[in-house]
Ligand binder design. Structure first.
Ligand code: ARG
Length: 458
């Protein structure tokens, strides 16, 4: 019949394999079978095709499913190949399956159906990662470590406070993915090529059968848009960027001996016998490129496409699949590496005092005693400038001399020896910073409990 004529005329020649997405479409093979089934059931319920034919088509689809994607006949794409396979089994009546639809609404439905599962998979992985990070926070609440800005020693903090900072980011990544999910999970079926159909299709019914939460309303938009792919991939790229910061931190920590990775998450050198390298985290960092490339590739593919469907769209999905696969793996690996690492507490605490990282606490002390903070900053900055190359903090006397200079009064008018030595101690310094969200163990305990509640809700 006509299908054969169409194929004879259009599917041959040197561009045949260039046109085909059949091998890529393995990703949506199962989705296409689900979409076919829902459509056929709806067609029968609406008396658009008879029930006997519908039954034969459904039986043929089950058979096609058993045979698998590799067994499909040749075709331009999985939709055409499955239809041919159904017609092979049912005869010409199998061609009734494609009543009141086009491959345009069909492929859009397949992509959404598959992406939905992939997004949920990733959400599950991110939630698992958050759970692991919260565990680390619970265990390392008192583990003082150096905190940095500009990668310069800044103020002492704790491993728990640091790790929770990434848990917060992953919490937002979860929300971004779920937000994208809402707009992924809409039904484009029933839009046909773009212009609707004269058949009395029931779009709510196929939505229900396929588990879509709503119907994508306008048929021209529904068949052509891929902005739901952009939203999902953008959330993936944001997640990847957050993970890359975590990975970079751990790489830097490893280079200073501030973390000891489990052997499962480290590599060695083929030549340098002493090496233990943080390759897993470097790959997490590197895979950010996959996600950003995916988002970039996708946006570039979509830019300037006119309404309605264009074949460019056949190259859109792959960007999202690559990004999501790559980052789902990195999420699990990054969390695993952090969860199994060892944090050498003594070494970290010693490092936390490096570079007069307690200076802000000393200025805070002066300010608490009534010195304007700007003036206190000046006193401590001057004392810091006078430090010898081996010194990490000024002696009481040295600071007092500067105080005399700047304030016209000795340090003892404001701060005694005991208070100064507490401020210079990294552990005490952390304990003092108990403002909401701060690194003091009590403040972190509160953050852990808020994070655990949010986790339970997700
Ligand atoms: N395989 C195509 C895609 O992935 C769907 C086919 C629509 N083809 C067409 N010529 N309208 O986008």
């Amino acid at each position: 019949g006509e299908a054969v004529v169409r194929r004879d005329r259009f599917a041959g020649g040197p561009a045949r394999s260039f046109l085909s997405s059949l091998s890529d479409d393995e990703r949506i093979f199962a989705a296409d079978l689900a979409v076919d089934r829902a459509h056929v059931v709806m067609l029968a319920e609406q008396d658009i095709i008879d029930r006997e034919t519908a039954g034969e088509v459904l039986a043929a689809l089950a058979d096609v499913e058993d045979a698998g994607h590799e067994a499909l006949p040749d075709g331009e794409d999985v939709h055409e190949a499955i239809e041919s396979a159904v017609i092979e089994r049912v005869g010409p009546d199998g061609g009734k399956m494609h009543t009141a639809r086009s491959r345009n609404d069909e492929v859009a439905a397949c992509i959404r159906y598959r992406l939905r599962a992939d997004v949920l998979d990733l959400v599950e992985t991110v939630v698992g990662a958050r759970e692991q990070l919260i565990e680390v926070a619970r265990a390392e609440r008192e583990t003082v470590m150096p905190g940095y800005t500009h990668l310069q020693p800044a103020q002492p903090t704790t491993v728990a406070h640091w790790v929770l900072s990434y848990e917060q980011a992953l919490q937002r990544d979860t929300a971004r993915l779920l937000d994208a999910y809402e707009r992924v999970n809409q039904n484009p079926l029933g839009s046909a090529a773009f212009a609707g159909t004269p058949f009395d299709v029931d779009r709510e019914r196929t939505a229900e059968l396929l588990g879509f939460d709503s119907v994508a309303e306008n048929s021209m938009d529904a068949s052509a848009t891929r902005d739901f792919l952009v939203e999902a991939t953008s959330a993936v790229a944001t997640l990847a960027t957050n993970l890359s910061g975590l990975a970079e931190d751990v790489v830097v920590m490893a280079s200073k001996g501030h973390v000891d990775l489990d052997d499962d998450y480290a590599s060695t050198s083929s030549i340098m016998p002493q090496k233990k390298n943080p390759d897993t985290l470097e790959l997490v960092r590197g895979r950010t490129g996959d996600a950003v490339a995916g988002l970039n590739g996708l946006l570039t593919n979509l830019k300037g496409q006119p309404r309605a469907y264009n074949r460019d769209l056949q190259r859109a999905g792959r960007h999202a699949w690559d990004a999501i696969d790559s980052v789902t793996e990195s999420t699990a690996v990054a969390a695993g590496a952090v969860a199994t690492a060892d944090w050498p507490a003594e070494r970290l605490e010693a490092a936390a005092a490096d570079g007069f990282a307690t200076a802000t606490g000393v200025a805070d002390l002066l300010a608490m005693a009534g010195v304007p903070f700007r003036t206190a900053h000046e006193v401590v900055a001057e004392a810091a400038a006078q430090l010898g190359p081996e010194e990490d903090a000024p002696e009481y006397e040295a600071l007092s001399a500067v105080a005399e200079d700047v304030l016209g009064e000795p340090l003892s008018a404001y701060v005694d020896r005991e208070a100064l030595s507490a401020a210079l101690d990294p552990t005490e310094s952390v304990a003092m910073r108990d403002s909401r969200g701060g690194p003091a163990p009590d403040a972190v305990a509160e953050q852990v409990s808020v994070a655990a509640d949010a986790l339970a809700a997700d």
